[in-house]
Design a protein around this ligand. Structure first.
Ligand code: SF4
Ligand code: SF4
Length: 636
């Protein structure tokens, strides 16, 4: 198995801060991972059940211990039930995210959210049309109101069309899911239904539990599209722009504010407000004013829309503070380690939580609401200014390896470039290059970072291996962060790593886009909620060819996956017909039925499946093999 150059991270700025953490005697996620070893084998295999208080029960897969729980639940039932429960949590996180955005759009349409505006009217009209809302002779705020109402109705709808599902799934896939009886009818009740099935004494048919998981996944892809597309309406649809990434983006002579989490409702306004308070920072001696940087998917949101530098992805979040130069770590929701408060206590950093339903114990809480967003943002920036006065210069050590990165490749940005090659039929040049072999296929990297894998290593290794073989790489979430920090989102990466065919295509696209060189071989499509941008592109290709997604040479990889959100994203990718690689062992191996379904049988039923492979080179080989199989099926 190929080895990484460092035992914890291949991000050189992270390596430097891991070393500083040791000197500063600050514990990091890697120390806690080491302290947790050995991890529990029952949990690792999914064989532990805590559903009722007769438990916990655990199944002994190898020895002479119990083969069923106290109630008689088998290993298959326990594993399938645990999996469905995890997916319900992942889908709930996406649902709450989209609900906030849709609710804000509604409040805006009622003039109750003065800090927000419709930044992309064309996108609003496009969304309205796809939701089958007539836009003729209507004022823009009236269209916004209808779009918000139709979206919010999708959460609890019991009759009629599931509007976002219709906008996201192509007709062939909808037919397929309907024929299997797993077409969801709304967002909220599929989660409630999933949870209710896992109550003690409820469903004990593992296959039916897995089908419920597939139905939930189809609802999840729909709600994620809602979150992304309504965010574009409110904050602008991303277009390519150059920025920088890794911990070097922090500045010694600035008040550094790290925005972390997922929801653009907060970070957009903090950016706007900080721009108006630069002079206050300079008066305190911060010659470069206020420097906003991103962490995790809030970082991706800001990088995509405004070119804000990205400091860290999930695993390196604590390391931002170990530079000793972060005045405020402002968090909203999801993927925020509770440990950030302890890390901050070693420095002057103020951790500020902002959402009333996502408080962080030990953090200062500033209650953030769309109706009073500007006031909330001002309070946050003032806390950062105060913290700057407490900064200890002796503790400051910022890495100096600035890495350029190009972000902003939304569906609209990619089609705008393709339109320059064929205005009438923009998807055709892409199809021609795939058919001709200059692009062998496409791999979408998504997902998190995970202490079970050397930080960023799988992303960098796999993407280079695939690009060399003329596979175009798309990326979202912490995958996009890893590939931004490692230089894979630059023209130079195309020159250094792409195969000849891909290099020629990216050079032509770079010319069309007017960039200084070829487009990067990794196109950053945004945060983890933004994966549906890639689905829209794939559907365009499939529908032009008259086939479903299960025929396309397109794969998904989550080689450092961790969160429940990422688990259900991988699942919907398989449910819509794509092979999905994961680089960590999922907690299902205690059930041969569940394991076999996910890695084999699912392909026959739905066209997609999971491929578990821990070695990144071998994983790239397997995905390339899947791409070739699909090219053969298409006859290209
Ligand atoms: S539901 Fe059954 S297997 Fe689970 S904890 Fe209760 S008794 Fe044990
Ligand atoms: S990709 Fe995973 S770790 Fe990163 S922000 Fe999204 S869910 Fe969190």
């Amino acid at each position: 198995m190929i080895q990484a150059s460092h035992p914890k991270s291949v991000d050189i700025t992270a390596q430097q801060m891991i070393f500083k953490a040791e000197l500063d005697k600050v514990e990091t996620v890697w120390d806690r991972h080491a302290a947790m070893q050995p991890q529990c084998g029952f949990g690792e295999t999914g064989l532990c059940c805590r559903v009722c208080w007769k438990g916990p029960c655990r199944i002994d897969p190898l020895g002479n211990g119990p083969k069923v729980g106290i109630c008689g639940a088998t290993a298959d039932v326990i594993v399938a039930r645990n999996l469905l429960r995890s997916f319900c949590v992942g889908a709930s996180a996406h649902t709450e995210h989209a609900r906030h955005i849709a609710h804000t759009l509604y409040e805006l349409s009622q003039n109750n959210a003065p800090a927000y505006s419709i930044k992309d009217e064309a996108k609003l009209i496009d969304v309205a049309k796809r939701l089958k809302i007539s836009t003729e002779d209507k004022e823009i705020l009236d269209i916004a109101k209808e779009v918000a109402e139709v979206s919010m109705a999708d959460f609890g709808k019991h009759h009629g069309e599931f509007a976002w599902l219709n906008a996201v799934l192509n007709p062939l896939r909808k037919e397929k899911l309907a024929s299997l009886g797993i077409l969801p009818h709304n967002l909220d009740s599929v989660v409630v239904n999933g949870l209710s099935r896992t109550h003690v004494g409820s469903e004990s048919d593992p296959m039916n539990l897995l089908l419920a998981a597939a139905r939930l996944a189809a609802a999840d892809v729909s709600v994620m599209a809602m979150g992304t597309e309504l965010s574009d309406v409110l904050f602008g649809t991303p277009m390519p722009s150059l920025t920088t990434a890794n911990l070097s983006v922090l500045k010694k002579d600035a008040v550094n504010i790290a925005l972390h989490g997922h929801n653009p409702l907060l970070c957009e306004i903090v950016c706007d407000v900080a721009a108006t308070m630069q002079e206050e920072a300079k008066k305190l001696g911060a010659k470069e004013g206020i420097n906003i940087v991103g962490v995790c998917c809030t970082g991706n949101e800001m990088m995509m829309r405004h070119g804000v530098p990205l400091a860290a992805n999930y695993l390196s979040q604590e390391l931002t503070m170990i530079t000793g130069a972060v005045e405020a770590m402002v968090v909203d929701t999801q993927c925020i380690m509770p440990a950030v408060v302890e890390t901050a206590s070693h420095y002057h950093t103020q951790v500020i939580s902002t959402m009333d339903d996502n408080k962080i114990f030990g953090a200062t809480h500033v209650s953030f609401h769309p109706e009073s967003a500007v006031e909330g943002a001002k309070q946050i920036v003032r806390l950062a200014l105060e913290a700057y006065k407490r900064r200890n210069p002796d503790k400051v050590d910022i890495p100096n390896h600035v890495q350029q990165a190009m972000g902003g490749f939304s569906y609209e940005a990619i089609t705008a470039v393709l339109k320059k090659l064929d205005n009438e039929n923009p998807i055709k040049p892409l199809i021609d290059q795939i058919a001709g072999g200059n692009i062998q296929g496409v791999v979408l990297f998504g997902g998190c970072s995970n202490t079970k894998v050397v930080h960023d290593f799988n992303y960098v290794t796999m993407s280079r291996e695939l690009i060399k073989r003329n596979v175009l790489v798309l990326a979202t979430g912490c995958a996009a962060g890893a590939l931004a920090k490692s230089g894979m989102q630059t023209s130079q990466a195309t020159l250094d790593y792409a195969g000849d065919g891909l290099k020629a295509v990216l050079a032509a696209l770079g010319d069309a886009a007017g960039t200084a060189g070829p487009l990067p071989p990794v196109l950053n499509m945004g945060s983890c909620v933004d994966n549906t941008r890639a689905v829209r592109l794939a559907n365009d290709i499939a529908m032009t060819l008259g086939v479903d997604l299960d025929m396309l040479p397109v794969c998904v990889s989550a080689p450092e996956l961790m969160s429940e959100k990422a688990q259900i994203i991988g699942t919907w990718a398989a449910v819509i017909g794509l092979p999905v690689h994961i680089g960590v062992v999922p907690h299902v191996t205690g059930s041969s039925l569940v394991t076999k379904f996910l890695t084999q049988d699912m392909e026959e039923v739905l066209g997609g499946k999971f491929i578990v492979e821990l070695d990144p080179i071998e994983a790239a080989n397997k995905l390339y093999g899947e791409i070739q199989k699909r090219r053969q099926k298409l006859g290209i």
